[in-house]
Design a protein around this ligand. Structure first.
Ligand SMILES: Cc1ncc(COP(=O)(O)O)c(C=O)c1O
Length: 414
């Protein structure tokens, strides 16, 4: 497949941008400890998007199953959200004092997120987690954390791994397998811990996304209370896709601090750190700063997005996800291909069994892209409210072709 405009852009980008494509959008990333990201034969640049579709640099359209890695929950260019953004922008941006939008959004989120008494806003998931951990350390007078191995919480030198991340920073936390209560209790017994930082379910890239066992979150809460540690829920990825009150409402998680971002403003950058009443003093006391925090058009977009994300919307996301997952499972098993589909249907992770280097996953993503569907080989996918039955069926018909290729390839191999 010719991608002339894409190839020209990539050549220019390689001269001025590290690797040509920087950060998580590059064709190289870690999954399950293996360096494997987007396949090579895949578009590198997009130029437009609408509803559940994106258009690449060569003008080719795709049903998008990535939704910008999560932010697009109501569909690209959703009119209500974009109008709210434009109206706030018309009033001027980046004031030196907060706007009324900040108060309004805090009120709405406090009413929605279980246990939350206040909200503080920043611009990214990373900042939201950083804020939560700073507040937890200020409130407890402790420094150490308990964190799940393999979890991604953003760009924190002590929580991310790889080149440039000092090992000493990582040793400031105890690392446990997600959902392992024994390991959690042991870590909490060993030393004073400021916060246990966890995602609502095990959502590692390239690995089975395991949902919490019944009673897990109650037991985690009890363990935190027994040892005076705070429970920080990183709900940045799943967030409002599971429930209008986020994963805390969906799984019944009684957290002290909750981090939200991604889908909060349907693609516009905003993040919220929410907390319990008793942490309001510590939150007011810490010095934190971000020049662009409180960016009013994004706050207005968040308010408009919240209007769209109600229980019916979450049910629709789950139903469309279910249609996609059931269809994919049937297509794979009809071709004798072993796949595992895990995680919540609104943000499922598709994995080929016995595919340690993700070769089949990459070939599948390439096959989908050739047939007009943009999906990631190792990261979980995301559904939006713009995905209807017709779009899901279009994705399934592309998947049938891509899986045919894989099945033929498997037959050809000895
Ligand atoms: C669970 C989780 N936490 C934190 C982050 C970091 O958010 P951001 O990329 O907005 O800094 C991400 C981003 O992928 C995430 O998935």
């Amino acid at each position: 497949m010719r991608r002339d405009a894409d190839a020209r852009l990539l050549a220019r980008a390689r001269a001025v941008i590290p690797g040509g494509v920087f950060g998580h959008r590059r064709t190289f990333a870690f999954a399950g400890g293996v360096a494997r990201g987007l396949p090579e034969n895949y578009p590198h640049f997009l130029r437009a998007a609408e509803g559940c579709r994106v258009i690449d640099a060569d003008g080719r359209a795709y049903v998008d199953l990535l939704c910008g890695y999560g932010p697009t929950i109501a569909g690209y260019r959703r009119a209500e959200v974009d109008r709210a953004f434009a109206a706030a922008q018309a009033e001027g941006v980046a004031y030196s004092l907060p706007s009324a939008l900040e108060v309004e959004l805090a009120e709405r989120l406090v009413a929605r997120i279980p246990g939350a008494a206040w909200a503080a806003f920043s611009l990214s998931g990373t900042s939201s987690v950083d804020l939560a951990l700073t507040i937890a350390r200020a409130a407890t007078g402790r420094e150490r954390l308990v964190v799940a191995e393999g979890a991604w919480h953003g760009n924190h030198s002590g929580l991310a791994v790889g080149a440039g991340r000092p090992a000493a920073d990582r040793r400031r936390s105890a690392w446990i397998p997600w959902g392992d209560l024994g390991a959690l209790r042991e870590a909490l017994r060993r030393e004073p811990v400021a916060a246990v930082l966890l995602c609502p379910y095990d959502q590692q890239v390239g690995a089975t996304n395991r949902l919490p066992a019944p009673g897990l979150w109650r037991a985690v809460r009890e363990a935190c209370d027994e040892h005076g540690a705070l429970l920080v829920l990183d709900d940045i990825r799943a967030g409002l896709r599971l429930d209008p009150g986020g994963a805390a409402a969906h799984f019944g998680i009684d957290a002290d601090l909750v981090c939200l971002s991604k889908a909060l403003a349907n693609g516009y950058p905003v993040a919220a750190t929410l907390g319990r009443e008793r942490l309001c003093g510590a939150a007011a006391e810490v010095f934190v700063s971000g020049t662009f925090w409180g960016f009013s058009p994004a706050l207005a977009a968040a308010l408009a997005t919240l209007e769209l994300v109600d229980a019916a919307a979450c049910a629709r996301l789950a139903a469309m996800g279910e249609r996609l997952c059931v269809g994919l499972g049937e297509l794979a098993s009809a071709r004798g291909l072993a796949v595992e589909i895990s995680g919540p249907p609104a943000l499922p992770l598709i994995r080929f069994i016995d595919d340690p280097r993700f070769d089949r996953a990459c070939a599948f993503a390439e096959g989908l892209a050739r047939r007009g569907v943009l999906a990631h080989p190792t990261h979980n996918w995301f559904l939006s409210l713009a995905h209807d039955e017709a779009a899901i069926d279009e994705a399934l018909s592309a998947a049938a072709g891509a899986l045919d290729d894989l099945a033929e390839d498997a037959e050809r191999r000895p």
